[in-house]
Write a protein that binds this ligand. Structure first.
Ligand code: ADP
Ligand code: MG
Ligand code: ZN
Length: 641
């Protein structure tokens, strides 16, 4: 259904060029080798006065002169002893020349000195003189010495560019010469086309507000006349904003599916290339293709990759800017064409350029939040339609225990449950499968092969029961659902799951304090029972501190600051990082306020456990024995002890 427009060059052609390249390489190397060989034949330099001595003694037959050298040929009947006496062994520069007994077989040469008397000296010595005309260069060697290196350079250049283009995702299938000149206007397509996504709004559970806003677009795509007759401007684009995995892509596909129009899908980061202009040409190309296929949906995922504010970065990114400008131009341009709706998704709306958000472009912002309780239940229902469920399955319970999960997490949970059912040779997915996969998705798989020493197991058991007991003994805390000391792949050695009875949107100060106390209950149990502090509490401490800091800096729940805000949230759809908005001195005071909250909660937790140390021991021992305790078992043990 989905054809990928990404033409790759045929591999055969590529190999041919590669072979040619190698051959040319060898050729240049070969020529070089030959040259070097010629230079190394046995010849010996003698001094200019030795040469004159040889001439004077009548031993020289011919000389070959060029601009900087005189090569000397001795007479056939030259007396070897006389030659040797002139060229006494010590004077021959090359040591190996001493072994030469017959100088005639050796080429002697000397440097050419500016000597006006030379010719007359040679003439009186009856030496024949040859002036060497520069070596006749064949056409072949001209070609070889000029064209081959040029060709090699050109090919290298060409290949490197091709490689870069490939990596950039745009295979350039074009010809030899078209390769380089064509880069600027690359026609490489980086988008997917789906003629029919086959997804409808029914596949998207929850997100009713988002669906409502998108329904108008569907209606426009289906009945454009209705809108045109009344003179209403077509909605151009909408920005889907929300955390990852909440169904933004799914919603965009559903719009296309509902309207029955083609779906052009691409990702912002794929636009931005290292070559300036490529992204812009891709935008142009995409819109050109889309215009031929109206009505249709263009969906740009991760639009923040191109749509970042243009002035904030120190180093401006020309490529991204051009791409963004092209996108803006295209969106302005299709007023008359109509029939194209551009949807985009991002989880960082705050970084987007204002120009993208003004009316006539992505003027609608559709918030796609993480699902609430009923949303989670309906998402679970949508995804479990595809699997066989056992009668005992209670999706409401699963939804309750997955607070904070995204739609993608929930889809994953159902699938993991189904996989577990298959592993267990069952024909239907049971509640236990789903609960287990909730844990798998949040805490990782069970890691049975991690063997803890008895002492460590004991520490972990008391730590976890500490959490559970502190939770159960406070009236504002959430009920315990499960305690386990089976290690998990994502690093936990055990954990306590507590689940709210209902979805909460507001928390009171007392409930937050109870939550912090519960988080510190693990560490408290270590101290109360063993007088020890372990590294196992690191994550608890991090979360407790985070909560306490939010109470002080954002919720206005500290005695010191009252309702004063000390921090603001950034990137609210990603990590929700908090950035301080107050002075250093105030920050130090805030730290102190946080410390006080934590210290109080820690003390409360320890007190609670000391006054219930019998229950602590009893439940920890049961946990050591059974490894897992359900919430119900836990409450029974607590009542009994
Ligand atoms: P996003 O684009 O927001 O990161 P996706 O749309 O890619 O998230 O969602 C990933 C998957 O999660 C979807 O394919 C779908 O299986 C599941 N999913 C997410 N939200 C929902 C939802 N509201 N209803 C049904 N399934 C959902
Ligand atoms: Mg997505
Ligand atoms: Zn803990």
């Amino acid at each position: 259904m989905s054809e990928h427009h990404n033409p790759d060059a045929e591999p055969k052609k590529k190999i041919n060029w590669f072979i040619i390249l190698i051959v040319l390489f060898l050729l240049t190397f070969g020529l070089n080798l030959i040259n070097m060989h010629q230079g190394s034949s046995a010849s010996f330099q003698i001094s200019y006065d030795q040469f004159l001595d040889l001439v004077e003694a009548g031993l020289v037959d011919q000389v070959y002169m060029n601009d900087d050298q005189i090569r000397i040929a001795l007479r056939d009947d030259a007396d070897v002893n006389r030659v040797s006496s002139i060229l006494s062994p010590a004077s021959v520069q090359n040591a190996s020349a001493r072994e030469i007994t017959l100088p005639r077989t050796v080429i002697l040469y000397t440097g050419r000195v500016d000597d006006p008397q030379l010719v007359s000296a040679l003439r009186s010595g009856k030496v024949r003189i040859y002036e060497e005309i520069p070596e006749q260069t064949s056409i072949f060697s001209v070609i070889a010495s000029w064209l081959v290196p040029m060709a090699v350079m050109y090919l290298l250049y060409f290949f490197i560019f091709r490689m870069l283009m490939k990596r950039a995702g745009g295979g350039e299938g074009g010809g030899f010469l078209g390769g380089i000149s064509g880069i600027g206007k690359s026609k490489a397509k980086v988008y997917n086309v789906e003629k029919n996504t086959g997804i409808t709004f029914r596949d998207v559970a929850g997100q009713d507000e988002a669906k409502e806003s998108l329904e108008e677009m569907v209606d426009y795509l289906k009945n454009p006349k209705k809108y045109q007759n009344i003179g209403a401007r077509q909605p151009k684009g909408a920005l889907l904003v929300g955390p990852p995995g909440t169904g933004k892509t799914l919603l965009a596909k559903a719009v296309a599916g509902e309207a029955g129009v083609p779906f052009y899908h691409l990702t912002g980061s794929e636009f931005v290339e290292m070559f300036v202009g490529v992204g812009a040409s891709r935008v142009r190309d995409l819109f050109q293709t889309a215009k031929k296929n109206t009505p249709c949906i263009i969906f740009i995922d991760e639009i923040d990759a191109i749509g970042k504010k243009r002035d904030v970065q120190m180093a401006t990114n020309d490529e991204r800017e051009q791409t963004l400008n092209q996108l803006l131009a295209e969106m302005d341009g299709f007023e008359t064409n109509g029939g194209i709706i551009v949807l985009a998704a991002t989880n960082r709306p705050e970084v987007l350029d204002q120009a993208l958000l003004r009316p006539g472009r992505f003027d609608r912002r559709i918030i796609v939040e993480k699902p609430d309780l009923s949303g989670r239940e309906s998402i679970l229902a949508v995804h479990s339609k595809k699997v066989t469920l056992a009668p005992d399955v209670d999706l409401h319970e699963i939804a309750l225990s997955t607070s904070g999960a995204s739609g993608a997490d929930l889809a994953n949970i159902v699938n993991e449950g189904a996989l577990r059912a298959v592993r267990m040779n069952r024909t239907a997915v049971s509640q236990a499968d789903l609960m287990e996969s909730v844990e798998t998705v949040f805490a990782g798989k069970e890691k049975k092969d991690r063997v803890l020493s008895p002492k460590e197991r004991q520490l972990v058991a008391y730590h976890e029961v500490g959490h559970a007991l502190v939770s159960a003994l406070q009236k504002n805390a959430q009920p315990v659902q499960k305690i386990t000391i089976v290690p998990r792949t994502m690093g936990s050695l055990g954990y306590t799951m507590s689940v709210p009875e209902e979805e909460r949107y507001l928390l009171t100060k007392e409930e937050l304090i109870a939550q912090i106390t519960m988080l510190l209950g693990g560490r408290a149990a270590e101290i109360v029972r063993f007088g020890a502090e372990t590294t196992g509490a690191a994550n608890d401490i991090e979360r407790a501190t985070d909560l306490a800091r939010k109470m002080v800096t954002q919720y206005g729940m500290s005695d010191q600051f009252g309702s004063m805000g000390l921090a603001s949230t950034q990137n609210q759809y990603l990590d929700g990082r908090n950035v301080s908005t107050c002075s250093e001195a105030t920050n130090a005071q805030a730290d102190e306020a946080v410390r006080q909250i934590l210290a109080r909660c820690q003390r409360d937790a320890e007190e609670l456990l000391r006054s219930h140390s019998d229950s602590l021991d009893a439940i920890a021992n049961t946990l050591l024995e059974k490894e897992n305790i359900s919430g119900k078992e836990f409450m029974e043990l607590l009542k009994a002890s």
